[in-house]
Design a protein around this ligand. Structure first.
Ligand SMILES: Cc1ncc(COP(=O)(O)O)c(C=O)c1O
Length: 397
């Protein structure tokens, strides 16, 4: 079956974050919106069918994941990434951020330090701080082409802050790195040396681009001698555009950590997951492979368009090579704006609603993030608006 990712679709009026009520978020209605990380494509028809089928029963009482749910998740993770997700190790949560926040409360105490690597998906820092933990940031250095991990600084920060937990973004939003086995083994070894628990957010794992691959921390835990002091968070929500159905999985191999996590779930009153979300997730992992393959081909076309248009029209903007995710990270520092000026430029002159880099913490200033998971014609309009605004500035200088 062939899926049509170019088919126009209007999301207005669906109460979606990306397009509806922009004024609630201080934006105007005429901006092209490429900020929040969901996609403008309907999910796979096989998934819609599974949801529709489930709704026909008409009863949506308390539900729990069944054997087929766990089987589908395990097959997906094992066949694609080489790690198993044994049923007893999996806890379903209403989202990955929920799982990160719960893990922080379950595995650390108030006042403990939580390690993050900024610029990073902003809820990482927010959930650590709002849970009363100290934020220990070890910035990701950028060599002008690529982000990397400074292992000495990483270890020093752990020692200096007495960090207890490391929130790993794998692959990394927004800088697009798909961490290699060697990089992951090195951070895992350091964490092991200092008793730091790793919570690896692998929600974007299915988006590795040609020439790159996703390495799950789970496949390296043994090599690094982590002894199960880690957790893996994943979800079908990014891959299949199901975020509104609120189902994610956290895999915790160690029994005592798992019990602590589940106790914390009880403390906040969470137990059974979303019925339709589970039906959708199971169908995604059972039947979604071919749709995903075609989606990734389509996204490659979008990456190419973005790369070519920027190279052609705005050489002062540098697209950082994304190894994974559908989020483009663009260095706009050559424009010479501070964070506020860049935001104003993007909205008032380019007519775009994006996430500007300062939101992602230290090192993000002067960058913008563009979600490319949209119809190519829409992306083209957006890049054109950006390029035109840059060109106008150039001629005015
Ligand atoms: C790295 C990362 N983790 C988690 C999330 C959100 O996950 P959820 O909606 O399941 O909380 C996102 C969404 O953009 C993300 O980029």
């Amino acid at each position: 079956m062939t899926y049509d990712f170019d088919a126009p679709i209007d999301r207005h009026g669906t109460d979606c974050l990306k397009f509806d009520r922009p004024e609630k978020r201080g934006r105007t209605a005429d901006l092209l919106s490429l900020w929040v990380a969901d996609m403008d494509f309907p999910t796979a028809p096989e998934i819609v069918e599974a949801i529709v089928e489930r709704t026909k029963h008409g009863i949506f009482g308390y539900t729990e994941p069944g054997p087929d749910y766990f089987k589908a998740l395990d097959a997906w993770c094992f066949e694609r990434y080489g790690f198993h997700t044994p049923e007893q190790q999996v806890t379903v949560t209403p989202g990955v951020v929920f799982a990160l926040a719960t893990a922080i409360r379950a595995f650390t105490k108030p006042g403990d330090a939580v390690l993050v690597q900024q610029p990073v998906y902003y809820p990482f820092s927010a959930v650590a701080e709002s849970s009363g933990r100290r934020l220990a940031n070890v910035p990701l250095p950028f060599d002008g082409k690529r982000y990397f991990i400074d292992f000495d600084a990483f270890e020093r920060t752990i020692v200096d802050t007495d960090a207890k937990l490391y929130l790993l973004c794998n692959p990394h939003n927004p800088v697009g790195r798909a961490w290699t086995a060697d990089e992951l083994a090195e951070v895992a070894t350091i964490c092991k040396r200092h008793g730091v628990i790793i919570v690896s957010d692998e929600i974007h794992m299915d988006f590795a681009r040609p020439g790159f691959s996703h390495t799950s921390l789970a496949t390296l835990a043994e090599r690094a001698g982590l002894e199960e002091r880690y957790a893996i968070c994943t979800s079908a929500s990014k891959t299949f555009n199901l975020a509104g159905l609120q189902v994610a999985n956290i895999i915790i191999p160690d029994e005592s950590l798992r019990s602590a996590f589940r106790r914390e779930n009880l403390t906040v009153g969470y137990s059974q997951p979303n019925t339709l979300g589970m039906a959708a997730t199971q169908a995604a992992y059972e039947h979604g492979g071919p749709w995903l393959d075609q989606l990734k081909d389509y996204l490659e076309g979008n990456w190419q368009l973005l790369e070519e248009m920027l190279a052609d029209r705005t050489p002062e903007l540098q697209l950082i090579e994304a190894e994974s995710t559908y989020l483009a990270w663009i260095d706009c520092r050559a424009l010479g704006f501070d964070a506020v000026q860049l935001e104003r430029f993007i909205e008032d002159e380019a007519g775009l609603w994006l996430d500007c880099g300062h939101m992602f913490g230290a090192g993000g200033e002067g960058f913008i993030r563009i979600n490319i998971a949209t119809q190519r014609s829409y992306l083209e309009r957006a890049i054109n608006q950006l390029a035109t605004a840059v060109e106008k500035r150039r001629t005015n200088i």
